[in-house]
Design a protein around this ligand. Structure first.
Ligand SMILES: Nc1ncnc2c1ncn2[C@@H]1O[C@H](COP(=O)(O)OP(=O)(O)OP(=O)(O)O)[C@@H](O)[C@H]1O
Ligand SMILES: [Mg+2]
Length: 295
């Protein structure tokens, strides 16, 4: 079902006035509905479905009524101004927000029809199934080998040393790092360059056989060459995994993702094919952001 709608010019200017006065408003669409997302929230072959997701930090309503599918083997970019809730939304998908005491999540998030917020859900295997790569590379203070071997060991994925060696090698290969580190596996992971550390963290995520990979600004601490390597890697990983990536770089979103979701003040304003969102945005707020007039 396509829910394409557009703001009336009048309601846009009203909204801009209110935003400039720092008052939270719900956008009106042509049907007069409150807060509906422009574009299709649906993916052809959804791996993750989010319905009416709200997140609160105490009184702060940080994520408001988000509906979004994330498709199998797609890369979706989450973009929007600082503080609009991109990281908060991403962290809902593998319950990383559970670690924040003031945080309350409601609504429904399903991965392959399994309810992520079911009280029976064990978050340890969930966070392996839905792995996360952070903005700043965060290798463990261990050897390169042990950085990768740690997860498979605690998840019982290898029964012999040879099997563990195999997982370490294949994870490093998938992350495009094997050739650079194969002769120094016993050296500290923290001794690698920033770009290598980030690929080490990606290899660590891959070592526990994830299905979904969440990336929160994975290249923002990297130089253009390391960034290009990670972007190429994301494109390769898409063949096997589903990837959601938060980025402040519109060029990066355009290069790596098939769909793009634009967030603004905790709401999902627009979602669609990346090429459409960047060349023909339907919502004026999206247009303002991608043309640099906001954020
Ligand atoms: N741990 C937390 N405790 C309380 N409030 C939080 C916490 N994390 C985020 N918030 C609040 O939730 C809102 C959304 O923040 P979030 O970090 O998700 O935004 P973001 O879009 O990722 O921003 P940025 O681009 O700067 O990373 C903000 O108002 C922020 O202050
Ligand atoms: Mg963030």
């Amino acid at each position: 079902m396509n829910t394409v709608t557009q703001l009336k010019p009048k309601s846009v200017s009203r909204m801009k006035t209110l935003i400039s006065k720092n008052i939270s408003v719900k956008p009106l669409n042509l049907q007069g509905e409150m807060g509906a997302t422009v574009g299709s929230i649906h993916a052809d072959n959804p791996r993750i479905t989010c319905r009416n997701v709200n997140v609160f930090y105490g009184e702060n309503h940080a994520i408001q009524d988000i509906n979004l599918d994330i498709g199998t083997n797609e890369v979706i970019s989450l973009i929007g101004p600082s503080g609009c809730g991109k990281s908060t939304f991403l962290r809902c998908l593998n319950r990383m927000n559970d670690t924040v005491e003031s945080c309350r999540v409601n609504g429904e998030i399903k991965i392959d029809d399994v309810d992520v917020y079911s009280k029976h859900m064990d978050v340890v295997p969930l966070r392996a199934q839905v792995g996360m790569v952070f903005q700043k590379p965060n290798p463990f203070p261990k050897s390169i080998y042990d950085n990768i071997a740690y997860g498979p060991k605690i998840h019982g994925l290898a029964s012999t040393k040879a099997e563990l060696d195999q997982i370490v090698e294949s994870s490093l290969r998938k992350a495009g790092l094997w050739d650079e580190v194969k002769d120094r596996l016993d050296q500290p992971g923290t001794g690698l360059s920033g770009g290598q550390q980030q690929r080490l963290c990606i290899a660590r995520t891959l070592s526990v056989e994830p299905e979904v990979i969440l990336m929160d600004e994975p290249c923002s601490a990297l130089d253009p060459i390391a960034t290009a390597k990670i972007e190429q890697l994301i494109d390769e990983l898409r063949q096997r995994y589903t990837i959601a990536i938060v980025t402040h770089s519109m060029q990066q979103a355009a290069r790596v993702s098939q769909r793009t979701a634009y967030f603004h003040l905790g709401k999902l304003i627009e979602v669609g094919k990346t090429s459409d969102v960047f060349t023909n945005p339907l919502h004026e707020l999206t247009q303002d952001y991608i043309t640099g007039r906001f954020g």
